[in-house]
Design a protein around this ligand. Structure first.
Ligand code: FAD
Length: 476
């Protein structure tokens, strides 16, 4: 997190702050964190109660308690720089009244040398389901003496500034889940090649027939291809959006930068949550491929499944990403950003229709993209009607339907390239390219029809989740 902290200081800090912190954070000589969450302020960051009081020298004295702080305390770096969200005494409630402060673990002298310890202390370390190598800390600010913080940017602009780090962290969280999923898939496919168990189905009745590696069994092959289809598609999607994020900053014209920024912004909640949820499902399926061995601690797949789960929770839970997509993103620029995105899918569809053997799956992706457009219009309108709560009850299924359609698009795109390359490819490369085409066929013919059914369900707008009485849930 040092880089995220450094980036915020680079963008919003004073010349002195940049000189003091940026280089040491980016070189990892010092560590960074992000201090948002409090026990009463998780998803609702605006409810935070950490307070800042201005001192005569322009610094602020902070007091409050934060929880769940990644790398809040450790001795891996000589200093830790904490960006802390707090409310200056007297400022308004909610997110609009929040400011951002740099709180160093050790004060930094003007010559760069470390001074006294600041009064920010770790008051506990969480015992967690996974990511045991990452210290998740409760932090007390100003519990026993003065905790000094320095304003970053302007007063009451804390959330705007913090979002430069949050958006970056959302992309990183998606990437984190993708890498757990990808590693789990590779472990599973290698295990399936080595684990000998059961006869080939065609020799089922022949007891003298040899046992085969489990990769020969149709159900294991289905599971592996299911995993591969998501891993490949999610990797392409992540690269696609990273390129768009880079172009948003570096493209030649202002118009191009804005176009790229808009699509990057619209699709960030999908990279964050879709990759998190599917990455975790892939890890679980990898355990399945290993059978009993996968449930033991002897193989890494069990650890990856535990480690991956956090990605659907931190940096904004699944539900929060779905609300962001529905309330802020699909209607961006009166829906023009969404329409441009659908047009990009249709471009790939048109290319695929020209490619040898891809006509059928191209048609399926075309149908899904058109249907997604209808569903977006439907849910967008509902979100602005008196029945807005029904729309929000379907916001996460909508995010997943959009994610599925993007997966199909990415796999179709990969298949288009594979068809081109297959002609005259060497044997080993040919297997790779054939693998790409089969992966696209698998996803588009077996997963995408389910998505179309789920889109029908979104359109049907069942309100049961809202209508069920609280007592009707049972429990207590
Ligand atoms: C391992 C770990 C590391 C973390 N690292 C950091 C860190 O470095 N810095 C930091 O500041 N925080 C950190 N967090 C905190 C994390 O960001 C929060 O846990 C997360 O934002 C959810 O907040 P909460 O736990 O209070 O859950 P809650 O906000 O109580 O949410 C509980 C459930 O209710 C749902 N929900 C809540 N509000 C709404 C709503 N308005 N609409 C729909 N659904 C809603 C949520 O989706 C969730 O399913 C970390 C957490 C963990 C577990």
């Amino acid at each position: 997190m040092g880089n995220g902290t450094a980036n915020m200081i680079h963008l919003y800090g004073t010349a002195e702050q940049k000189k003091m912190y940026v280089e040491k954070l980016t070189s990892a000589q010092w560590g960074g964190t992000m201090l948002l969450t409090e026990s009463e302020a998780g998803s609702d960051v605006g409810a935070l109660t950490t307070t800042a009081v201005k001192n005569p020298d322009g610094s602020y004295s902070l007091s409050g308690n934060k929880i769940f702080i990644t790398n809040g305390e450790h001795d891996l770096a000589e200093n830790i720089i904490h960006p802390v969200l707090a409310r200056i005494e007297g400022d308004s409630p909610g997110t609009k009244g929040i400011s951002l402060f740099i709180v160093p673990k050790y004060y930094v002298n003007p010559d760069g040398r470390l001074g006294e310890r600041n009064n920010i202390v770790c008051s506990g370390v969480e015992e967690k389901h996974g990511i045991h190598a990452s210290a998740t800390c409760s932090m007390t600010l100003g519990g026993k003496g003065n905790c000094i913080g320095y304003l970053l940017g302007k007063e009451r602009e804390g959330m705007k500034i913090m979002f430069t780090m949050i958006n970056h962290a959302r992309m990183s969280t998606g990437l984190q889940a993708l890498t757990y999923g990808s590693a789990s898939y590779l472990l599973a496919v290698n295990y399936a090649r080595e684990r000998i168990q059961g006869r080939d189905l065609e020799n089922f009745a022949d007891h003298s027939a040899p046992s085969v590696p489990i990769i020969k069994h149709p159900d294991v092959r289905r599971n592996l291809l299911w995993m591969k289809s998501y891993v490949d598609a999610m990797r392409s999607f992540f690269y696609f959006l990273t390129v768009r994020g880079t172009k948003a900053r570096l493209a030649d014209s202002e118009e191009e930068r804005e176009l790229n920024e808009n699509i990057y912004s619209m699709l960030t909640p999908i990279v964050k949550d879709y990759l998190a949820v599917k990455g975790h499902e892939i890890c679980i399926q990898a355990i399945q491929v290993f059978g009993g061995a996968g449930y033991t601690k002897d193989y890494l797949v069990e650890q990856y499944a535990r480690d991956c789960k956090i990605t659907t929770i931190y940096e904004g839970t699944s539900g929060i990403q779905a609300m962001d997509l529905l309330a802020r993103k699909i209607g961006m620029k009166k829906g023009a950003v969404f329409m441009n995105f659908l047009a990009e899918i249709q471009n790939t569809v048109a290319q695929a229709k020209e490619a040898n053997g891809l006509n059928h799956i191209a048609g399926q992706v075309e149908i899904a993209a058109n249907r997604l457009g209808e569903i977006a219009l439907h849910i967008g309108k509902k979100a602005m009607s008196p029945e807005f709560k029904v729309a929000f009850a379907h916001a996460l299924p909508f995010l997943y339907a959009m994610g599925d359609t993007i997966m199909a698009w990415m796999l179709l795109w990969r298949a288009v390239v594979a068809v081109e390359k297959l002609d005259g490819a060497k044997k080993k490369d040919a297997a790779f390219y054939e693998g790409q085409i089969k992966t696209a066929e698998f996803f588009i013919n077996t997963e995408l029809p389910v998505t179309l059914g789920k889109m029908n369900a979104i359109e049907a707008s069942c309100a049961a989740a809202l209508e069920i009485p609280d007592e009707g849930f049972g429990g207590i």
